[in-house]
Design a protein around this ligand. Structure first.
Ligand SMILES: [Mg+2]
Length: 127
């Protein structure tokens, strides 16, 4: 079970992510609708993992990744991107994102990517 922050400006996508993740035993600590909120809630709730949309008002997901990574270089951030955002994904990974999933994704695919990121964190803290 992980404490997760969902970041997406689409209320529908937040609802989908919340449903899938809670059904798999995770706790949603907060939902951010802008990049700015994502950074604020990250600092406030210190989640184990963040799901990050790219295109959001006020501040993009890329900028938010950069600021969250500055706050905690071990932060686990999964980009949730649209088809055709390959270059943006590359930038996000350089800025500190852990992995990405492309919309529309299969439920199992999302869960697997999140479990993988959490596993990596566990391995790291056990060293
Ligand atoms: Mg968006």
């Amino acid at each position: 079970m992980a404490r997760i922050l969902i970041s997406d400006d689409s209320a529908f996508m937040r609802m989908v992510l919340r449903r899938i993740l809670t059904e798999h035993g995770h706790e949603i600590v907060a939902e951010a609708a802008t990049g700015k909120e994502a950074v604020k809630f990250y600092k406030q709730f210190q989640p184990d993992l963040v799901t990050m949309d790219v295109t959001m008002p006020e501040m993009s997901g890329i900028e938010a990744v950069k600021l969250i990574h500055e706050e905690n270089c071990l932060a686990r951030i999964i980009m949730v991107t649209a088809v055709g955002q390959k270059e943006i994904v590359k930038v996000a990974l350089m800025e500190g994102a852990s992995d990405f999933v492309v919309k529309p994704f299969e439920e199992e695919q999302l869960v697997r990517i999140i479990e993988k990121a959490l596993e990596r964190e566990r391995v790291k803290s056990d060293d």
